[in-house]
Ligand binder design. Structure first.
Ligand SMILES: *Cc1c(COP(=O)(O)O)cnc(C)c1O
Length: 394
């Protein structure tokens, strides 16, 4: 496969002015990715600060209740700052520091990636500026406060629909105008090469751990690995070390919103078309003119109109399956996991749980599945209450 490509996907569809920045980043990454000192430092941060390795928990009650495959949960919700985002952010922040950068910039939608980046910047003594759609700053006021508390500047983005995709565009613009001291800490496996590869490598810690953990617990590999997909970073991290094990089914759960037969959806593989946006070729939700379509999901973290290029390739080759999960199914799963296992998952992760609930009973009791819980659900409680018609003050 040619450099930076996943089949026909990926690439570097960026303005000339950004080329120097991505070349500098690629060179630095190639220099440090196998460097023992860099990896020792990163592992130390992941273990002593973020709380890794995360647990692989046997969900016995859920397994018995559903009556099929044995279900294990990979508990990324237990990481510091409450999701898998910290894995990637600590890696990129450390890399930026090695490159002599003193300032991190990032996009954020719901605020999870912004909070993780502001956290790493505080820890590593770096300046931090987070770009966030103005609509999202209103919907996620608590996360705006968190980022400021951690010492970051939060810039509301007013262009376009004033949501995540506009925040990404604005952060790229800012990076173009200030490359010397600034690293763009991108939050998912998307954007121009080398980001999809860098972010995947930092998130691959999820499957590196889960593979060893399941071999220890069950003495064999799982039959299926299930994860939710926004841009696709927790999913690719969950899949990566199983890609060559052809008997392990890899299942990504997309946010269908109100359904894939409506316009209120964010299910990119199931409803999107091939396109070029945010520096990459991949699948995107588009309107009849090929413009990026407004997307909708109850889950702000899955509310992105594209999917990472490696997922697009895994879909093309049939190695992974991408299934739609509606708001309703996700909310039911959010409540189900809370009641059954005493674990409140992020509403994003609840999309993966919802599919596990459908899939486990179809599989024999001798089968094993791993479901990634990408984050914890405290942040979602007020919105889910509202969905159920209860208004609570945050
Ligand atoms: C951001 C986020 C996601 C979606 O991002 P991916 O890159 O697709 O993993 C999923 N779950 C949680 C908890 C998140 O914060």
């Amino acid at each position: 496969m040619s450099k930076g490509r996943f089949g026909i996907h990926g690439g570097q569809y960026i303005p000339e002015t950004l080329m120097n920045a991505v070349i500098e980043l690629e060179n630095a990454y190639n220099r440090y990715k196998d460097d023992p000192d860099f990896n020792r430092e990163l592992t130390e941060l992941l273990n002593s600060y973020a709380g890794r390795p995360s647990l692989l928990y046997y969900a016995e009650k859920m397994t018995k209740d559903l009556g099929g495959a044995k279900i294990y949960l990979k508990r990324e919700d237990l990481n510091h700052t409450g999701s898998h985002k910290i894995n990637n952010v600590l890696g990129q922040a450390l890399l930026a520091k090695k490159m002599g950068k003193t300032r991190l910039i990032a996009e954020t939608g719901a605020g999870q990636h912004g909070v993780a980046t502001a956290t790493a910047a505080a820890l590593l003594d770096m300046e931090c500026v987070v770009f966030m759609g103005e609509e999202d700053t209103k919907r996620q006021a608590l996360n705006v406060y968190r980022m400021k508390l951690l010492g970051a500047d939060v810039i509301p983005v007013k262009s376009g629909t004033a949501t995540l995709k506009d925040a990404v565009s604005e952060t790229m613009r800012e990076w173009t105008s200030r490359i010397a001291d600034t690293h763009y800490c991108l939050g998912s496996v998307m954007g121009p090469h080398p980001f999809p590869t860098i972010v995947r490598d930092f998130q691959a810690v999820i499957s590196r751990e889960s593979r060893a953990q399941i071999l220890k617990a069950e003495g064999r590999l799982p039959d299926a690995v299930i994860a939710c997909v926004g841009g696709g970073s927790n999913a690719i991290g969950s899949f990566y070390h199983y890609i060559n094990d052809k008997d392990v089914r890899l299942i990504g759960c997309e946010a269908a919103g109100r359904g894939i037969d409506t316009f209120e959806t964010a299910a990119t593989v199931n409803t999107g078309k091939l396109g070029i946006f945010h520096g990459m070729k991949s699948y995107f939700c588009q309107d009849e003119y090929g413009q990026i379509a407004p997307v909708y999901s109850i889950s702000a973290g899955l509310d992105y109109p594209g999917i990472g290029p490696e997922h697009a390739y895994l879909h093309d080759t049939g190695r992974a399956e991408y299934v739609p999960v509606t708001d309703d199914e996700a909310v039911n799963a959010f409540e189900y996991l809370s009641r059954t296992e005493g674990i409140i998952p992020a509403i994003e992760s609840a999309h993966a749980v919802a599919h596990a609930i459908k899939e486990a009973p179809k599989m024999g009791r001798d089968k094993v599945m791993i479901v990634t819980i990408s984050g914890r659900g405290d942040k979602d409680c007020a919105a889910i209450a509202r969905y159920r018609g209860v208004d609570i003050h945050e």
